[in-house]
Design a protein around this ligand. Structure first.
Ligand SMILES: C[S@@+](CC[C@H](N)C(=O)[O-])C[C@H]1O[C@@H](n2cnc3c(N)ncnc32)[C@H](O)[C@@H]1O
Length: 189
């Protein structure tokens, strides 16, 4: 493998993301990385990368359910706090799998729940936007990762993750909403 092309995402949220540092490490100087920031931030992200000498980093417009890449150009896909916001998580993991070379890895941090969320929480737009309403039950989440063709290697809880509003904190306590990191690989053949 000559190029390690890694989609990265940018921090844009008021929440605290302990794993944003992982994105920053991945975006270090070296092999090519491609990020998918929100469309309105592509120009700014590109400008920042150029001004700071990250010539290996570029940015594209696109959505995680329909990645703007051909099949299998990447070694690693990383994502931080984004997949919970998608209503099509199975499709997101299938797309991540599609753009990875054999033996590639997905490394992500995301919000999940211990218990299945009730419809009243899932249908609440404010809680969805707060990264709570879209939290998949954790076993169901890892099953979706596996169903897309990954072998889950590691699941760890990010105990330092904090939700900022009282409403969000209450929902977290009631349903066990929490941040986890997941590392999973595709088969090498
Ligand atoms: C909570 S923030 C993630 C935080 C950020 N990744 C970080 O490390 O600090 C969620 C981000 O996901 C993006 N997003 C939401 N749904 C998306 C989708 N379907 N495809 C691509 N990006 C999406 C939003 O624009 C927003 O930038």
């Amino acid at each position: 493998m000559t190029a390690r092309r890694t989609p990265v995402r940018h921090r844009v949220s008021p929440h605290r993301y302990p794993h944003s540092q992982a994105s920053e490490r991945f975006a270090g100087r070296g092999n090519p990385r491609v990020g998918l920031p929100p469309p309105e931030q592509v120009e700014q992200a590109t400008d920042l990368a150029v001004r700071n000498g990250f010539h290996n980093v570029s940015f594209r417009e696109g959505y995680i359910e329909d990645l703007p890449f051909e099949d299998a150009p990447f070694d690693v896909v990383i994502s931080n706090g984004v997949i919970n916001l998608s209503a099509e998580k199975a499709r997101v993991f299938e797309e991540a799998r599609r753009v990875l070379r054999p033996g590639g890895q997905i490394v992500l941090a995301d919000i999940v729940s211990d218990r299945q969320l009730p419809e009243s929480v899932k249908a609440d737009a404010d809680l969805w936007a707060a990264c709570i309403g879209g939290a998949e039950q954790v076993d169901s989440y890892t099953s979706l990762v596996e169903a897309a063709g990954f072998e889950v290697q590691e699941v760890t809880e990010n105990t330092r993750y904090e939700f900022v509003s009282d409403r969000a904190a209450n929902a977290c306590q009631k349903y066990g909403v929490k941040s986890i990191s997941v590392r999973a690989s595709t088969s090498s053949t």
